[in-house]
Design a protein around this ligand. Structure first.
Ligand SMILES: Cc1cc2nc3c(=O)[nH]c(=O)nc-3n(C[C@H](O)[C@H](O)[C@H](O)COP(=O)(O)OP(=O)(O)OC[C@H]3O[C@@H](n4cnc5c(N)ncnc54)[C@H](O)[C@@H]3O)c2cc1C
Length: 503
């Protein structure tokens, strides 16, 4: 494995919302003169050496994806960070590598090394007329960085990124690496395990724990992704009255009597955004439908503000800076009016519609998962708090996702509405967040926090959110990692959340 120690003593996340003091940053790469499999296996050994060094020198360390998280989840104070983005090998999966009992389509499985960008995988899959099943609104994350916090879009019947991962290769110590898959849905054969010189663990709890484990289960070196045939998305954004009809839709996801662009067809993606300063003109409703792929479609184009159909608020809210409260409505109206301009019947593949890998200015982003039946009550609360604590320099945005099997996925309810509060980088925004979380607690409204976005979690809250899943997750971490590894893969945030327990 190639390893360049770049000597940085501090690290700043992509959004420049925090800086952490670190000991060093290593940029990693596969050896160029080895073929894909041998290069991958050589890098596995390289990771093990790094873990051995970390243990010897008592230095905590952690893998970094694309650095897109707002929380200090990918970093470790006074430790070593590993830039994994160049570890972007992919391997196709042969029939021999898969168990005869696997019920899926082998030709749609792809083995991806951790650093593959979501955008990069999409481009590669397209060459074989395949596609990822879903992604976030933007696609600059690495595949493992995205799954590790449970990143999601609004393909509500599909799930989040981790929901299409069916095998995980983790380097858990200086001497051990394992292949994890579900006992109840086994995929790979002994031949595959031999190719990676690894050890097979088929176990639902271990697998479901590792899926969303934010760097604390070791180094996830590679994953098997279940993909599907390349498809097109037909996209619409309309302004619709925020009335009982829309509220019922958001609270039920029952499209049987919906009057959306394609009538009552159940969409692939449904999301709503409310500009609290322009409600009289309606909410912004994005309805995207899945269509068979064809070559002769006219590609969607960004609007005058440079924003494409799939882009969400983090792509443009950074342009709202900390302004005096009286100006907030005017500034938000001006920005949203151009960035979220309605459009009709724009087409693209998943990778084209959800394609923004650029960041435009500093912003704060928080996302909470709430059960569908609480959506409208929570919106009432937001309007109330906007009056008393606001004005919030941002918008209220809603996406929807079915329940994940990952133990700590924040898409935790049967169908989770993900409420996103993207706003200006300011103390006022933080105060607004705090008031909202306090009110949800006071009203005992169940909710979960996105692990990679602004949040206010501690162990007690996490227990309320996830119940017994928390203990199962901690037990899984203790089963996979030995005492030395538990120590090096612990960062201050994990400790603060009470998840670093050694059993
Ligand atoms: C513009 C923008 C838009 C966004 N849109 C969405 C969205 O639509 N939906 C959504 O859910 N989120 C969204 N986010 C949040 C983002 O998707 C998540 O925070 C995601 O986890 C970031 O992925 P990353 O590759 O940058 O990982 P990082 O932030 O670098 O790391 C995330 C976690 O993964 C761990 N990790 C990374 N690689 C490895 C590895 N090889 N082994 C073990 N652990 C590893 C890290 O240690 C860390 O704990 C957005 C963020 C931005 C900046």
């Amino acid at each position: 494995m190639k390893k360049i120690k770049i000597g940085s003593k501090k690290w700043t996340n992509k959004h420049e919302t925090f800086t952490e003091k670190i000991k060093n940053m290593y940029v990693l790469g596969n050896e160029a003169d080895l073929d894909a499999l041998n290069g991958y296996n050589d890098t596995t050994k390289g990771f093990q050496q790094l873990i051995a060094e970390a243990i010897q020198t008592n230095t905590p360390f952690r893998a970094l994806g694309a650095g897109w998280s707002w929380t200090k989840i990918a970093t470790v104070s006074n430790g070593v960070m590993l830039d994994t983005k160049s570890l972007n090998t992919t391997l196709s999966i042969s029939q021999q590598s898969v168990l005869p009992t696997y019920t899926g389509d082998i030709s749609k499985l792809i083995f991806a090394q951790c650093g593959n960008g979501v955008w990069e995988l999409s481009q590669q899959l397209r060459q074989n007329k395949l596609s990822l099943k879903t992604s976030g609104a933007s696609n600059g994350q690495t595949i493992v960085g995205a799954m590790s916090t449970g990143a999601h879009g609004s393909a509500f019947d599909v799930g989040a990124v981790q929901d299409y991962i069916v095998g995980i290769h983790i380097i858990v110590s200086a001497t051990r690496h394992v292949w994890l898959q579900r006992q109840s849905a086994q995929v790979v054969s002994a031949s595959f395990i031999q190719k990676l010189n690894t050890v097979l663990l088929s176990d639902d709890d271990l697998f479901n724990a590792a899926l969303v484990s934010f760097g604390s289960f070791g180094i996830i070196h590679g994953v098997i992704v279940e993909t599907e045939n390349l498809f097109l998305i037909e996209t619409y954004r309309r302004r619709m009255p925020y009335d009982d009809t829309l509220k019922t839709l958001m609270q039920t996801l029952d499209f049987s009597t919906a009057n959306l662009p394609c009538g009552n067809e159940r969409p692939f993606h449904f999301s709503v955004a409310i500009n609290p300063y322009d409600l009289k003109n309606g909410a912004y409703v994005s309805t995207f439908y899945k269509r068979p792929y064809r070559d002769d479609y006219i590609r969607a184009v960004p609007n005058d503000a440079g924003i494409g159909p799939g882009d969400d608020a983090p792509c443009f809210i950074g342009k709202v800076t900390d302004v005096v409260p009286a100006l907030v409505p005017t500034i938000v109206n001006k920005l949203i009016g151009s960035a979220m301009a309605p459009f009709e019947k724009q087409f693209g593949t998943l990778g084209e519609i959800f394609n923004n890998t650029d960041l435009h200015g500093k912003l704060l982003s928080a996302a909470i998962g709430i059960p569908l039946n609480q959506v409208n009550r929570v919106t009432e609360i937001l309007f109330e708090i906007n009056k008393s604590v606001g004005p919030f320099a941002g918008i209220f945005a809603y996406r929807f996702i079915k329940k994940s099997n990952a133990l700590l996925a924040f898409t935790h309810f049967d169908f989770t509405c993900i409420l996103e509060l993207d706003g200006a980088f300011s103390t006022a925004t933080q105060n607004f967040y705090t008031a909202v979380w306090n009110r949800l607690d006071a009203e005992q409204i169940p909710y979960t926090f996105h692990w990679g976005k602004m949040n206010a979690m501690n162990f007690d809250k996490i227990k309320i959110m996830y119940g017994n899943n928390v203990e199962t997750w901690i037990a899984a971490r203790n089963k996979l990692l030995d005492k030395d590894s538990l120590k090096v893969f612990t960062n201050p945030l994990l400790t603060q959340w009470g998840l670093a327990k050694v059993l």
